[in-house]
Design a protein. Structure first.
Length: 95
């Protein structure tokens, strides 16, 4: 997947992400993928930055397989974010 080299576009993505996070939240897969895109990184580079395996990152972004709380926390900690619980239908209304 190509990375976003355009700094302005990455800034717009970051602002959109923070707006969504400030509302009713985002699914984990969307959050992680958005964080990676904001940085303009491909999956291998983002996995290395966050200290998770490439296969774990792919499973998270594709909503496949299993991953643990420690893996998610490792990614979110890099961005000063934390997991939160929201009512399921609040997330489903966004999609």
């Amino acid at each position: 997947m190509p990375t976003l080299k355009d700094k302005k576009k990455r800034e717009e993505l970051r602002n959109t992400l923070y707006q969504k996070l400030g509302g009713s939240g985002l699914p984990v897969s969307d959050t992680v993928r958005s964080l990676r895109k904001v940085l303009g990184m491909d999956q291998p580079a983002f996995a290395k930055l966050t200290g998770v395996s490439l296969s774990a990152l792919r499973r998270i972004e594709q909503e496949k397989g299993h991953y643990n709380l420690e893996t998610l926390t490792r990614i979110l900690d890099k961005f000063q974010l934390q997991l939160a619980v929201v009512k399921r239908d609040a997330l489903e209304e966004q999609h």
